[in-house]
Structures are given as C-alpha cells and as structure tokens.
Design a protein around this ligand. Sequence first.
Ligand SMILES: *Cc1c(COP(=O)(O)O)cnc(C)c1O
Length: 379
Amino acid sequence: MIVNNSLDEVKKRENALAIIKDWVLNKSRESLYDLTGLSGGFIASPSEIDLLETYVGPAIFEEELQKVGIEHMGGEKVLPLNRTSSGILATILALVSENTNVVHYLAELPAHPSIPRSCALVNANYSETDNFDEFTIPENTSLVVITGSTMDHKVIDLENFKKVIEMAHDKNIPVMVDDASGARLRTVVFNQPKACDLGADISITSTDKLMSGPRGGLMAGRSDLIDEIKVKVNQFGLEAQPPAILAMLNGIKNFNGDNLIKSFSRKDELLDLLNQNFNNFKTTPTGVMITPKDLASELKVSHNLSDNDVAFVFSFILLKEHGIITIPPVSMPGASATIRFDLSTSDAFNLNKKIVSSFNNLEKLVINEDECREIVFNF
Ligand SMILES: *Cc1c(COP(=O)(O)O)cnc(C)c1O
C-alpha cells in the first residue's frame, strides 16, 4: 500500500503542489491543464482589493453578497464560509445533539467525509443510503441531509429530492442540502430548481466548483437557522475572510452556465475516443471519469497495489508528464480517488492521447512499488 492514511494524503498533496509549482516556474501556467472542475480563481479589481481590511471588507462585500448569493442559491439569507465542510460542520454543531439521528440520502455512495466526521464529533448516530426505497426517517432524528450532486458528480433524481424533503418536513425536521457542485450542475445542466426553492432549510455550495471562485463555502436558507449556525461559525472561526468573500461575490457575478452546457456535449466525443483503448471510462455530466476499481481492472499486468493506489499513481503520471491536474493528487484527506476529467473549465488538447500514453506508463510502473512511492511522495 502506498497511500495508507490521512498523513500520507497530506504528503502526496504537498508533492503534487511542488510539481505544479515547478511546472508553472519552469514551463508556463498555460501548459498546465486544470481538469479538476475546481477552477479556483480570484476575480477582483485593484480598487476592491484596497477595501480588504478586516472590518471594512465585510461591511461592503458581505452586504452585496447577500443579494448576489440569494439570487444564486435562493433562500432568505446567505452566509459565506471557509469551506463547504465548514458549513456542514457548523450546521451539525448547531442543529444536531448527542444521541439523535442524522439520516442522509444521496444518489450514490459515498457521502462527503465531512458529514459523518461532523456527526461523530457531536456523538450523533449517522446513517447514509443511496437506495431510495430503503430511506426512512426514524424517531429522534435531528437533521435530514441530502446531497444534490456527489463528489463524483452523480446528480440526485428530482422526484426523490422532493420526496425526502417532504418526508422530513412531515416530521418537522430540518433539511440540509450538500449542494457543493450541485448548486450549478443540477440547476444549469439538469434544469432542476435551487435547493432552497425545493424547500431545503439549509443549502451549501462550494464556490470553486464549476465556477470561477475561491475555495470557500456559501450557505443559504432560512434566516432563523442561518443565525443559529452563524453563532457556531463565528465561535469556531469557520467563516470566510474578506478576500474570499470578495472573490466569491465576483465569481458568482461572473458565473455563466454556457461552458457547463458545452462540456455536456464534448464529453461524449472524448468517451468515444477513450473507448477505443479502454472499457471502463464513464461519462459524468461535464466530462469523463474512471473509478479506482475500474482503472485497476484495465491493467493487464499483475501487481500488489490497492485500487486507490493505482488511481493515485495514474493521476501523478498525468500530472508529471502532461501537466494534467485531476483531483486525486491535490485532494484533501478522505476525498474520492476517482479520476475525473472535467471539461467545463478548460479545453484539454489531445486529452485522449495523453490519457492513453499515461496509462501505458502506469502499466510499466505498477509492478515496481518503490517507483510508485517515488512518484506519489517524491521520496
Ligand atoms: C467538494 C465537496 C464537499 C466539500 O467541499 P470543501 O470546499 O472541500 O469543504 C462537500 N460535499 C460534496 C458533495 C463535495 O463535492
């Protein structure tokens, strides 16, 4: 095994960032392809940057974010956060008490790890399912969670979405929607309503997913609940800071769904090309992906790596040899090791050929565990 625990994941991320830095300094930013779908970005004018003081910044930008954020997310009030995970944690700290139940419905397991981890912190009983027929809300439930679009971009069925909200509200239980990418993917590509418009009490999106914004979270929903959650957010330092708030505001203002819609058609062309060499690539709404298990099953050589390790090694080959950034090398601990090529933010030139040549190198590398370790950790 190569990547065994959270510390290993932190180390592989450090190595990935060092490779990216090297690439930008010695080649160019333009020759790097960020296909994570987490484009990041910091849109701000010099005069706006001049206003970034501790209290002046929030006074100006938070006020405007209320208007722009509500247009994007719906709801009565918005709250900018350091990350989506921060918003999930704060909601659970505020609304979930010890020994109560939290139940989660999502289109496909697994849930984002911040949800079970936050429930564990408050000693709540957490359960999740992707089987709608098995989803029930037991007595003593304090929060119902719905994921709008999973980490692998699997989008929830709209009818199920509505039914889960109805089931929760029949029992007067609040609903939190993890709409990290869903707030844009569901609404723009699948024409679904905003989570708050469907009745969600709280919805949280990630401001660098499928939009040009900073890593951050934006929560929207019922103002009474947001106020309660905001107390926890401020107590534990989970709020977004003024520079992030400014970039969120401008990222949302600049959001344009056309690229998302274009990538929706481009993905099929890429899949056709990949299918000439592989059996297991699948489309996502805005690109293609391969799970660690499916990638491992493409290999014709025998080796001792775990499926996740195969995915990490492959993603590092893509990065080192072709400057293609996917999520696994740069992800936070516990994130999915699925390799997703998102076409919504950038055109990857000759992507099919680069994937095939990287895979050929993967076959040569997997038989030597030391070399695999070297490419993932650089030691
Ligand atoms: C990315 C993601 C998150 C977490 O976002 P962070 O900004 O990393 O905290 C949570 N849930 C889902 C479904 C995600 O895709």
